[in-house]
Design a protein around this ligand. Structure first.
Ligand SMILES: NC(=O)C1=CN([C@@H]2O[C@H](COP(=O)(O)OP(=O)(O)OC[C@H]3O[C@@H](n4cnc5c(N)ncnc54)[C@H](OP(=O)(O)O)[C@@H]3O)[C@@H](O)[C@H]2O)C=CC1
Ligand SMILES: Cc1cn([C@H]2C[C@H](O)[C@@H](COP(=O)(O)OP(=O)(O)O[C@H]3O[C@@H](C)C(=O)[C@@H](O)[C@H]3O)O2)c(=O)[nH]c1=O
Ligand SMILES: [Mg+2]
Length: 307
């Protein structure tokens, strides 16, 4: 039998969208990825650096995958210390402890590290200029990992959703069941990215990564839209599947999803107007390509529980 690429993987954030999808995907391939140690918030509080050091030293992984994060974008504006502890300090501590063991690190970051005023898609070496506490804390996490200098990959993804977890897909379905009219911003552009697609792509990269290449990679579903376009596609997909699946009908019709501007929908955190990410580097270095976001949305719909 082929020996596994990694003997022991430490995976954080397993109750989150990406952590859950990675746990499921890794568990299906023990011959390739070896032993998997999953930590949730109860087993390891990432706001406690000493606890992180203790856990890594006790587990002795040869790969750490860290999808755990503080992801409440608006709340982060009033909880910057907690957002920084989890998004900036913890990744640095994980990187230091991994480096001591000669282990590698996989980490996740966000499109919200960009200011969003570029015309066209962002590439990895475009200037970062986050507009929110969340975006700033995630950028600080990237920088903390870079300064340790271990073999590491940082995947910047965007607009993550899926059948599992708390996300825009579930928010829109809930609102569309409650109300006839939705109002959704149509002047913020990005790529909705399925957590199942992220997990699949990360596993493909892991099987091909020898640790020589380190750095930032964009990793998002192909194509782009606005939040309004995404909400419309969600309601449209639901309407298509509703009859055959015997799901409860929605109150909101596609025609009743109003396109509004960011100014019409004030929020504590400022979000980028354009954060559509170009994934050419991922495809060139690892031959990994994610499907179009509309195709991915249909696959996540197939995984939805009864509605
Ligand atoms: N969600 C999105 O739209 C996007 C996410 N990303 C990035 O992708 C990665 C994965 O995000 P995603 O899976 O969607 O995030 P989720 O919010 O779904 O999951 C985050 C996980 O982190 C855990 N966590 C939070 N605080 C702590 C803590 N103090 N100690 C231990 N665990 C903690 C949460 O635990 P609990 O379940 O207990 O709350 C949760 O399970 C993150 O790095 C995120 O920044 C990038 C772009 C878009
Ligand atoms: C619910 C709702 C949202 N919106 C807008 C607000 C916002 O601009 C946009 C999306 O709202 P959300 O709060 O779900 O999105 P937000 O929490 O900003 O999502 C972000 O999360 C972090 C973790 C990331 O890293 C980003 O890539 C991105 O996915 O839709 C409406 O216009 N109408 C509505 O009814
Ligand atoms: Mg949110």
């Amino acid at each position: 039998m082929q020996s596994p690429h990694y003997k022991k993987i430490l995976l954080t954030g397993v109750n989150g969208q990406v952590g859950h999808a990675l746990q499921q995907a890794l568990a299906k391939q023990p011959a390739l990825f070896g032993e998997l140690v999953c930590l949730d918030r109860n087993k390891l509080d990432l706001s406690n650096p000493q606890a992180i050091r203790g856990a890594v030293q006790a587990i002795q992984p040869d790969l750490i995958i860290n999808p755990a994060a503080y992801t409440a974008v608006d709340k982060a504006e009033s909880e910057p210390d907690l957002a920084y502890a989890i998004n900036a300090i913890a990744p640095g501590v994980l990187a230091e402890e991994a480096a001591k063991l000669g282990a590698k690190l996989i980490h996740f970051s966000t499109d919200y590290v960009y200011a969003g005023n570029k015309v066209g898609a962002y590439v990895e070496n475009d200037a970062t200029a986050p507009l929110s506490v969340y975006g700033k804390s995630k950028l600080a996490g990237e920088e903390a990992i870079r300064s340790v200098g271990l073999p590491s990959l940082i995947f910047r993804t965007s607009w993550v959703y899926g059948a599992y977890g708390k996300n825009f897909l579930h928010t829109i379905l809930r609102l569309a069941k409650e109300r006839e009219q939705l109002r959704i911003v149509a002047d913020q552009v990005g790529a909705p990215t399925s957590s199942l697609c992220i997990a699949q792509a990360v596993l493909q990269v892991l099987a091909r990564w020898d640790g020589e290449r380190s750095g930032v990679y964009h990793l998002v579903n192909a194509g782009h839209t606005t939040w309004h376009g995404f909400a419309t596609a969600i309601v449209d997909a639901y309407a298509q599947l509703q009859l055959t699946h015997h799901w409860q009908p929605l109150k909101a019709l596609v025609a009743n999803i109003e396109a509004i501007t960011t100014a019409d929908y004030p929020t504590p955190a400022v979000r980028p107007a354009n954060s559509y990410l170009d994934c050419t580097k991922l495809s060139a270095d690892f031959s990994v390509q994610l499907p179009d976001w509309r195709e991915a949305l249909m696959a996540e719909f197939q995984a939805l529980p009864n509605q």
